[in-house]
Design a protein around this ligand. Sequence first.
Ligand code: FPP
Length: 241
Amino acid sequence: MDFKQNINKNKLPKHIAIIMDGNGRWARQRGEERIFGHENGVRAVRETVEAAGELGVSYLTFYAFSTENWCRPQKEIDTLMELLVKAIHNETPELIEKGVRLATIGDVESLPEKCRKELADAIEKTSHNTKLTVTVALSYSSHWEILNAVKDIAQQVKEGKINPEDIDKKMFQSFLQTQGMPDPDLLIRTSGELRISNFLLWQIAYSELYFTPVLWPDFGKKHFYQAILDYQRRERRFGKT
Ligand code: FPP
């Protein structure tokens, strides 16, 4: 079946968020170290970005490193960071060529300096691109994001810049990391886990959720198309009748 052919281009999700999961299990199944799974996960990221660009999806957001991931063994953290630096460095020319803008959400300040520099460089170089925005969530968790928004608003109230009565949904959103981005229409999680794991909790209030047993390093264009087709079969009501 040609999955791509069956996608309705007029009903594309504008923003797709992805919880990439299963790298460790994929590696273990092959008798390898967890990092081998992450290395192969980069290929899946590249393929997904390519598929999204070809279809005309406007926003793609990847959960690459959570606040909680800092508790993993230091060796895995270090290698993951190196992998990230390498991937961004290698992919930036193609991102530029394909009209992809790179962005990050999360506590980027907590990342190693080399990582921050590579990211800042790629973000700068791709800042004028408009076709597709790829956002990488790094040292991110929704609890961290929401708490920070609350602290920032409280500070502004204290300074008399905001009147508490004026705090509404629109204002609150403008204090989130995702300000200016539409909420995800579709959230995909791989590896069969049925959890959200502290990802975009505010933003996915009305997102369609799609879970697949495929482990992230095996995820490819075909799986991405399947998720979009599943999304297009659903009726979205946003709480209305
Ligand atoms: C989840 O698998 C995967 C991660 C926490 C890391 C994902 C990172 C990459 C693929 C690296 C590059 C990313 C970009 C955007 C270039 P897991 O380790 O939790 O797997 P498990 O649940 O099987 O243990």
